[in-house]
Design a protein around this ligand. Structure first.
Ligand code: ITT
Length: 201
């Protein structure tokens, strides 16, 4: 299959930055919704990351006619029975800032000791082709929730998500490092393997 360009079905500019950087070595033009002037917010009413990611990619593929890639992701905190999960973006209300999300989470975990603050980020990435064919790929990244926000990079919950192997939060990590180990990076590595195989056909 000839693949020249891909559309990223996300309105989250933090994700756009990460995804474009991860895809930069494929030799494909990667566009965001903003780049293409598409101003659509897909309602996320699915019960799983995969349902939401499929819905986002399918709706945007229909509008654009392009090969479309979406990501639905979120933070699962073990002490909160995997909340906020698929509701991560709306956990502190519609349009909440990274600071509001982090503060609400730290407040909810204020009585939870250090060794019970385990969490994981989950990403399900979906690619939809103009003929309707689709594929879903999942990535996870284990970590824990800090006692206070640290670092100024990234987006969302990055300032409170601590990665043991690096002894720092995602917000303290350079983008190139986060893009080697994050949930989204792991799902995208699988997507890239799939696309490379398609490109060689
Ligand atoms: P789109 O639906 O337009 O892609 P969104 O921000 O609404 O953007 P999601 O519905 O997938 O995306 O919500 C995921 C939320 O989970 C996101 O808003 C962040 O708050 C959080 N999140 C996901 N990945 C993250 C990461 O790498 N670092 C920090 N927070 C992340």
């Amino acid at each position: 299959m000839k693949i020249n360009e891909i559309l990223l079905a996300t309105n989250n500019q933090g994700k756009v930055k990460e995804m474009k950087s991860i895809m930069s070595d494929l030799g494909i033009n990667v566009y965001s919704l903003k780049d293409k002037g598409i101003d659509v917010e897909v309602e996320e009413d699915g019960k799983t990351f995969e349902e939401n990611a499929v819905k986002k990619a399918e709706e945007i593929a229909k509008i654009s006619g392009m090969i479309t890639v979406s990501d639905d992701s979120g933070l699962e905190v073990y002490a909160l029975d995997l909340r906020p999960g698929i509701y991560s973006a709306r956990y502190a209300g519609e349009g909440a800032t990274s600071e509001m999300l982090c503060n609400k989470l730290l407040d909810e975990l204020k009585n939870v000791p250090h060794d019970k603050r385990g969490a994981r980020f989950v990403s399900v990435v979906v690619v939809v082709y103009p003929d309707g064919t689709k594929l879903a790929l999942r990535g996870e990244c284990e970590g824990s929730i800090t006692m206070e926000p640290k670092g100024s990079g990234g987006f969302g919950y990055d300032p409170v998500f601590y990665v043991d192997d690096y002894s720092m939060t995602f917000a303290e990590m350079p983008l190139e490092e986060k893009n080697k180990i994050s949930h989204r990076a792991k799902a995208f590595f699988k997507l890239k393997d799939h696309l490379k195989a398609e490109l060689n056909n």
